[in-house]
Design a protein around this ligand. Structure first.
Ligand code: MTE
Ligand code: MO
Length: 332
């Protein structure tokens, strides 16, 4: 793997990180009341994309994110610095190098943004992101993120449980899977213009519905107390902390409920290497490397910071029951 010299830290990032640490202290001293004030409305009034003029804008989203409540989830973890989280990324739409997304994702237009809901559910349509978010109670959760390439990070996400969103669209009993699609916009996404890309765009991921409904499964709109940087999947992405990172699909524009298992992007490219489940598992090697250990960022030449990988990335207590009776060597 390529190891690049450290890049200069823009002063904006230094500020945001220290501001975050201060805000955490503040939240622990009872920011919940503030968070409650930040919720515009508890009434769920979904309107279609066309009928709602844009009245929220990026400032509104920033305010929502900074009003998120502190759950304390994962606060015993040592955070990966903001700089690593936002400069060492996988987002192939913006190139395959780790520093490509931070360099190229500025071209992504995240406002206005809408999500189309399709398939086996009662309530379908295209909804403004603001209309989806306005009744979602945002919270902070600190999760480990383990990439299938055997590096990992600890990230303080801001988001809401995917289950809350799914319930609003009233899935039918035939909805056995939930499929997610990333934006396809070659004019904005340089990686989608590349003739050498192995990916058949758009990027697609999916979960079994019970995985999607698990309380750990998060839809993130922020990290480190701020709206998501574009390289991390702005304006809204999935975070499934017990699965390899490629399941945590970024910049989502479509959610579809299906009866049959969808074919995910990486599964389609190399089914022997990337399965549908992709649960973190130290005992099931990737055909080309072991998964027993991982490199926890920050990681340097002299302190690689290699640590043992945990089954389900350490979230077995919350999710192991989902796979009872399954052979996780076969269903990898
Ligand atoms: N649309 C899209 N989503 C994606 C990817 C991608 O290339 N395209 N990469 C995945 C992989 S392999 C990982 S490890 C995580 C990385 O998330 P991060 O860059 O925020 O750490 O995003 C996942 N989501
Ligand atoms: Mo990954």
């Amino acid at each position: 793997m390529l190891i690049k010299p450290a890049v200069d830290i823009p002063s904006s990032e230094i500020t945001s990180h220290s501001a975050y640490l201060n805000r955490r202290k503040f939240m622990q001293q009872g920011g919940a009341a503030i968070a409650a004030m930040g919720l515009a409305s508890s009434v769920w009034a979904l309107e279609t994309h066309n009928s709602t003029p844009l009245k929220f804008g990026p400032e509104w989203l920033k305010a929502q994110v900074s009003g998120a409540s502190d759950t304390g989830f994962g606060k015993e973890e040592k955070l990966t610095p903001y700089r690593d989280v936002t400069s060492y990324n996988n987002f192939y739409e913006f190139g395959t190098g780790k520093d490509d997304p931070a360099r190229n994702a500025g071209a992504l237009v995240t406002d206005p943004w809408s999500i189309t809901i399709e398939g086996e559910c009662e309530k379908q349509g295209t909804f403004n992101l603001e209309d989806i978010l306005k009744s979602m109670p945002l919270e902070e959760r600190i999760y480990r993120l383990r990439c299938v390439e055997a590096w990992s990070m600890v990230i303080p996400w801001i988001g809401f449980p995917l289950a809350e969103l799914i319930k609003r669209f009233k899935p039918l009993s035939t909805a056995k899977y939930v499929e997610f699609t990333t934006l396809e916009a070659p004019k904005q996404m340089i990686g989608q213009r590349s003739r050498f890309s192995t990916i058949d765009w758009p990027y697609i991921e999916a979960l079994r519905i019970d995985e999607a409904m698990n309380p750990l499964t998060l839809m993130a709109v922020g990290l480190y107390g701020e709206i998501l940087p574009k390289q991390n999947g702005a304006p809204i992405r999935l975070v499934v902390p017990w699965k390899y990172g490629f399941k945590s699909i970024k910049s989502i524009v479509k959610i579809r409920f299906t009866e049959k298992p969808p074919i995910n992007t990486w599964q389609a490219i190399a089914p022997s290497e990337y399965g549908f489940y992709a649960n973190v598992n130290p005992d099931v090697s990737h055909p080309r490397w072991s998964q027993a250990k991982e490199r926890r960022l920050p990681s340097g030449l002299f302190n690689v910071n290699r640590i043992p990988t945990q089954m389900f990335n350490g979230y077995g207590e919350q999710v192991a029951h989902l796979y009872k009776g399954m052979d996780l060597r076969k269903s990898f």
